[in-house]
Design a protein around this ligand. Structure first.
Ligand SMILES: Cc1cc2nc3c(=O)[nH]c(=O)nc-3n(C[C@H](O)[C@H](O)[C@H](O)COP(=O)(O)OP(=O)(O)OC[C@H]3O[C@@H](n4cnc5c(N)ncnc54)[C@H](O)[C@@H]3O)c2cc1C
Length: 370
């Protein structure tokens, strides 16, 4: 190895929730790990104040992963001494027996709540014609507390530098990384760089078909009188109120975030600059939805967050893990809830030099259009 190159054992690129979780898992196992990120940790796709933790997924393997992840979230809560997933639960409208069965086979607690009783679990909701499926052990993730806890645990393992490129050198000795002021050689590199993952992974020959889009999510104030019981995370696929949406409380506030789900509800970034009118139209549709579906919320946004989100062809819950000797890369969508588990699995991959067969299997489905 040439003298001007600095040697590192394990490198994580990106200090979003996945990179931080992976760095923490490696550090706890005694690995000499460095996490590079030129920006403030947790400000990429992991930014904002809330995410839903829900168990239900179309792919039953993801239900199991979510259940395993929740057990690790509870350990993070013990270590941090803070609530990281609130007690709100999740309510789903428009679900079938197959959805309940997906939870049942993995022993995830759930119940059906009949239409006449829905306000006992979701106070602000308008009358509905079908039952809600309720998953009481899930809830709203306190994202900022999570990032803060992780930052505290990884401490000085973070280096405030971006990695410009990752390559496999001709002499085959480790993996080469380029930053503004050094060239490094590492034994193993884990790429968790969000939107930048495909570019960095391309440097070692990995092709990751990741789409990026702009997503608009306004939040609304909960009216007085509806704040007594915690409002669950919300998934409405019923179409009864004219839109399919998700929602979650911003923990510790009286604000509820709502966003559109489904095809064509994000602004495609490959089409050049996004037209503001498209985002305005999404806010208008959501506000009209709130007016129809949630009389317990004031139908005027008190704030709007526009964020970049990444998606693989397999759909909005698809994620993948790619690997060549010395490098593991991961990306997908809706991964905040999986972070404690993925951190452990990516740490395994860095130590064993390859992801587990289960992770490889999930990657295959991430590449099939869902
Ligand atoms: C609007 C919205 C709603 C969502 N809702 C949910 C939800 O309800 N539940 C859920 O579980 N998930 C949800 N997600 C998804 C979840 O937030 C993301 O999957 C997760 O935060 C991704 O984390 P990450 O660490 O992979 O990426 P990021 O948080 O994007 O982190 C990547 C990091 O890499 C750094 N980086 C980039 N390039 C480089 C480089 N060259 N060198 C060094 N560092 C680099 C960036 O600065 C960044 O800090 C949502 C996402 C969005 C945007």
């Amino acid at each position: 190895m040439k003298g001007f190159r600095q040697r590192l054992d394990t490198v994580v690129i990106g200090a979003g929730v996945l990179g931080l979780a992976t760095t923490d898992a490696l550090r706890r196992r005694g690995v000499d790990v460095v996490c590079f990120d030129g920006r403030t940790p947790g400000q990429g796709q992991s930014g904002g104040r809330t995410r839903s933790f829900r168990h239900r997924h179309d792919d039953p393997r993801l239900v199991r992963m979510a259940a395993d992840s929740l057990a690790l979230w509870r350990r993070w809560e013990e270590r941090s001494g803070r609530v990281l997933i609130g007690p709100e639960g999740t309510a789903y409208a428009g679900m079938s027996e197959a959805d309940a069965e997906g939870l049942r086979i993995h022993d995830v607690r759930h119940e059906w709540v009949e239409p006449e009783k829905v306000t006992t679990v979701f106070g602000p909701l308008a009358p509905v014609s079908g039952p809600l499926l309720v998953d009481p052990t899930s809830g709203a993730i306190r994202t900022r507390s999570t990032i803060k806890a992780l930052q505290g645990w990884v401490g000085d393992r973070i280096r405030r530098q971006d990695v410009h490129g990752v390559t496999i050198p001709d002499d085959g000795e480790g993996v080469e990384l380029h930053t503004e002021d050094a060239i490094y050689r590492a034994r193993h590199v884990v790429i968790c760089a969000g939107t930048e993952t495909p570019r960095l992974a391309a440097g070692v020959g990995l092709e990751i078909p990741l789409d990026q889009a702009l997503h608009t999510r306004p939040h609304y104030r909960v009216r007085e009188g509806y704040q007594a019981t915690p409002i669950p995370c919300w998934v409405d696929r019923s179409g009864e109120f004219g839109e399919t949406v998700y929602g979650s409380l911003i923990g510790g506030t009286d604000e509820f975030v709502v966003g559109l789900i489904g095809q064509g509800v994000d602004v495609d970034m490959n089409d050049g600059l996004p037209p503001g009118t498209e985002m305005e139209s999404h806010v208008r549709r959501l506000t009209e939805y709130v007016e129809r579906a949630m009389p317990g919320l004031v139908p005027e946004p008190v704030g709007i967050r526009v964020c970049v989100m990444t998606k693989l062809p397999g759909g909005s819950d698809a994620f993948g893990v790619w690997n060549v000797p010395g490098v593991t890369a991961t990306t997908g969508h809706n991964l905040f809830k999986m972070a404690p588990l993925l951190g452990e699995l990516l740490a395994d991959s860095a130590l064993n030099g390859r992801p587990s067969d289960e992770l490889r299997d999930i990657t295959a489905s991430a590449l099939v259009a869902g």
